[in-house]
Design a binder for this molecule. Structure first.
Ligand code: IMP
Length: 454
């Protein structure tokens, strides 16, 4: 059986915690896209683990697979593996031979491009991990894959083809002088060793065959989507997107299993009870703003909105796991959730951070948008049109603080009534049942209404 976990908003919905919760009966947790831009936090036996590449399930002894749709930075991979090892874990991580490798020059180019774009206020606000430039090379058929690292001749040949092009791009197009990140010999030596380690530790797999064999043996697999629907390269808010497909469809090409396998299992949309965003781009329900990220924002918001945004940001821990940047926050946006539900075909929802919104004086949801004098229920396809959307708010009665531990042990009916009304509105609007409600960061701080593996 499989369960696919997808971020329904803009990333940072708390997917790690739900993978942890629903992944309990799973044997394998496989990522199908993205790279070390995917900050996720897992709390296990009182210890907090912050990972950016390795699937969170490995903390609990699952096999973690980085599927062929991922881009893998071996430096991060081995740093994270070694750090987990030092904390007494024995992580079992496999890497698809077909997964593309992030090289240091990709990171440099990511930074250069963002700098250049920032001159005309067009920067995406990337995580700077080289994600976009690596996917560019993949699509341009000049990428270097994990399997190539273990083949020194192929690695050398490919570096000799690719690196001079990258150097010319940096130096001649952007006028930036570059260093050892573009040195073929240094790269060859370092990355050949990663290849040896990957091979000698049995980490390289043909992901599709590996996963299919596991399913044939009756094992359970979680497909762990990173980022979220609105930063999907196709269905997100282009160009303020990441360069892969976090939506559920990506799980098939990103692992080597068929859409029938993915569609045969549950697809759980992870929803944060409000909205957060890292980086630039429209956000119609945003409260106040974050300078440098919110387009046109210069710290000039209504002081009440500013205070509320700050309260939610602090209460929800809305600071980037990877970058530490303050996240933009806003009210829940239903057009985003309708868009996500259609694109990924959610069979269930997990709504997180219900506790974060407790005790507010007022509570709103962006039910629809108004644009060009018309009301619409879904997200427009162009960024410009989305930026022109004004939210049509629906007001809800806020719920008070509660003893969340008691609520977690007593279950759904113990939630404050107004919180249940809020959750039922979301579920009814989307026509999707609620599988889980998050009321704190730990695995025990969740209410499970329906377990997709049970
Ligand atoms: P990139 O993935 O580093 O290329 O960044 C592209 C866009 O996706 C930027 O707006 C990032 O802030 C955003 N992004 C990438 N990874 C995450 C994530 O894990 N959570 C939230 N936003 C992300």
């Amino acid at each position: 059986m499989t369960v696919t976990i997808v971020g329904a908003q803009l990333g940072d919905e708390g997917k790690g915690g739900i993978v942890d919760l629903f992944g309990e009966p799973a044997d394998v947790v496989a990522r199908y896209q993205g790279g070390d831009n995917a900050g996720h936090t897992v709390v296990h036996e009182g210890t907090e683990y912050k990972l950016s590449l390795i699937p969170s399930g490995v903390v609990r002894g699952k096999i973690g697979v980085l599927g062929n749709g991922c881009v893998v930075n071996p430096r991060t991979l081995f740093d994270e593996l070694d750090a987990l090892g030092e904390r007494g874990l024995e992580p079992d991580v496999r890497v698809a031979r077909r997964a593309h490798i992030i090289f240091p020059y990709h990171r440099v180019l990511d930074g250069i491009e963002e700098d250049v774009k920032s001159e005309s206020d067009q920067e995406v606000g990337t995580t700077g991990r080289g994600i976009g430039p690596t996917y560019e090379d993949k699509m341009g058929r000049r990428g270097i894959r994990a399997g190539d690292l273990a083949n020194p001749e192929a690695l050398r040949e490919q570096l000799e083809y690719t690196v001079p092009q990258k150097r010319a791009l940096a130096e001649q197009v952007y006028g930036v002088s570059v260093g050892e990140e573009f040195d073929i010999d240094a790269l060859y030596e370092e990355y050949r060793e990663y290849g040896e380690r990957l091979e000698s530790e049995g980490m390289l797999v043909e992901a599709g065959n590996f996963l299919a064999a596991r399913l044939d043996a009756g094992e359970n697999i979680v497909f762990e989507g990173a980022q979220g629907t609105m930063i999907d390269i196709d269905h997100g808010n282009y160009p303020y997107v990441t360069s892969s497909n976090p939506t559920a469809g990506g799980a098939a090409p990103g692992t080597g299993l068929s859409p029938r396998v993915v569609g045969d299992g549950d697809v759980v949309g992870i929803v944060k009870a409000y909205l957060s965003r890292v980086g630039s781009g429209p956000m119609p329900t945003e409260l106040a703003g974050v300078e440098g990220d919110t387009p046109g924002y210069e710290g000039d918001a209504d002081p009440d909105d500013e205070e509320l945004a700050e309260y939610i940001r602090d209460a929800g821990g809305e600071y980037g796991t990877v970058t530490g940047r303050p996240r933009r926050v806003g009210w829940l946006d239903m057009p985003i959730l309708r868009h996500a539900t259609r694109a990924s075909g959610f069979t269930g929802l997990a709504v997180n951070h219900i506790d974060t919104l407790a005790g507010l004086d007022e509570l709103f949801v962006g039910h629809a948008y108004e644009v060009d004098g018309e009301e619409r229920l879904t997200v427009p396809a162009t960024t410009e049109r989305w930026a022109n959307c004004e939210p049509v708010f629906k007001e809800f009665d806020p719920w008070p603080e509660a003893d969340w531990n008691a609520v977690a042990s007593e279950g759904y009916e113990a939630l404050p009534e107004n919180a249940r009304t809020y959750l039922e509105y979301i579920s009814d609007e989307l026509g999707v049942p609620i599988y889980a409600v998050g009321i704190g960061p730990g695995r025990d701080e969740s209410i499970v209404l329906e377990h997709p593996f049970e």
